[in-house]
Design a protein around this ligand. Structure first.
Ligand SMILES: Nc1ncnc2c1ncn2[C@@H]1O[C@H](COP(=O)(O)OP(=O)(O)O)[C@@H](O)[C@H]1O
Ligand SMILES: [Mg+2]
Ligand SMILES: [Zn+2]
Length: 326
């Protein structure tokens, strides 16, 4: 995982904040119980002294060490039972006074089994994704604002199907996809002319997937590829390619609109190939029809694209339609 170093630093900070917040929470809980049950302070003192008592029994040695230790432990259990009774009495859950942790694996240290904990890696990935998404209008277009009435109630010539029905199906497919997002899955390819809602729906899927707790990255292919190129040649800092490779969902908007270069073609192929091999989906939108895509990117790209769910978009440019009526 090669991410921009700043995301590692941000993840460290985030975990530190989490640890502090949780220890404050534990502290507040103790204080709360103490306020309600003043005897709790004494009971806690007894528990806290157990270790020292056992140590001094061991060090002191002499006769009956075992028995004395057993007695200390028995007293300890009794004290713990009294505290449990207080909690029950107060209507608290039995683990109310246990230390609070967001991650049970690393106890909010970010390190488990001598390695970076999963929670730390996820924080780095999420922060890198957020860094990319912050440049996108993710909040502006959702499923809520997608209207199917904007599509003509007419037959589509080649299939004879009703265009509005096709678009309603596309909408429902995308909504279900986002609501039931799981890994692995085959992704979606949105094909059709300008202004038909491809970007709108792609953003809606990215937004909903993020809300559902997955790490989704959205960007237009021209922007993202240019960024990868600049980073590759040292003109910009960062590792966008890694972030795009590892995100749970990558929404690559406007494929085919980027400058036609062999560098971009290999970026696209590598992204497709590595993500698909890892079972990680893409949502790709394009104004280009299949033959155009094949002409531009070649057979090995197209053979991967056709394994995706293909949604064709029909109708009239909605940007123009809206302009006419407002
Ligand atoms: N079905 C729809 N309902 C509401 N607004 C739409 C719909 N389809 C597109 N739009 C709006 O029209 C404009 C163009 O849509 P966009 O998604 O960018 O088209 P595309 O990506 O297919 O070129 C955007 O402002 C978008 O929010
Ligand atoms: Mg678009
Ligand atoms: Zn952890």
């Amino acid at each position: 995982m090669g991410f921009d170093i700043k995301y590692y630093a941000m993840a460290e900070q985030e975990i530190k904040r989490r640890r502090r917040a949780n220890s404050r929470k534990s502290e507040n809980r103790r204080a709360e119980i103490e306020r309600r049950f003043p005897e709790y302070r004494k009971l806690r003192g007894v528990l806290a002294a157990t270790g020292a008592k056992i140590a001094s029994a061991v060090i002191g040695g002499g006769e009956n060490v075992k028995e004395r230790i057993a007695a200390i432990e028995a007293e300890n259990l009794k004290t713990a039972a009294k505290i449990a009774d207080l909690l029950t009495l107060g209507g608290y859950p039995p683990d109310y006074l246990d230390p609070v942790h967001s991650c049970g694996k690393c106890l909010d240290t970010g390190i488990a089994d001598d390695a970076r904990c999963e929670c730390f890696k996820n924080a780095v990935k999420r922060l890198a994704a957020e860094g990319i998404n912050s440049k996108s209008p993710l909040v502006l277009t959702g499923f809520e604002t997608f209207e199917t009435e904007l599509y003509p109630d007419e037959e589509e010539k080649s299939s004879g199907e009703n265009i509005r029905d096709i678009m309603r199906d596309n909408f429902i497919y995308c909504q279900n996809y986002a609501d039931n997002f799981h890994l692995p899955n085959a992704g979606i390819l949105l094909i059709g002319g300008t202004g038909l809602g491809k970007t709108h729906l792609s953003l809606a899927v990215a937004g909903r997937t993020l809300e559902n707790g997955f790490n989704a990255v959205y960007g237009s292919a021209p922007d993202l590829f240019r960024k990868i190129e600049n980073e590759h040649f040292g003109r910009e800092n960062g590792d966008t390619a890694s972030a795009l490779q590892s995100a749970d969902l990558l929404v690559l908007d406007d494929i085919g609109a980027e400058f036609n270069s062999s560098f971009y073609m290999s970026v696209f192929y590598n992204l497709l190939n590595s993500r698909m091999n890892a079972g990680l989906p893409l949502i790709i939108s394009t104004n280009s029809a299949m033959p155009e895509l094949e002409g531009r990117y070649g057979e090995r790209v197209v053979s991967r694209l056709i394994t995706m769910k293909i949604l064709k978009f029909y109708g009239n440019d909605i940007r123009q339609l809206k302009r006419r009526f407002v």
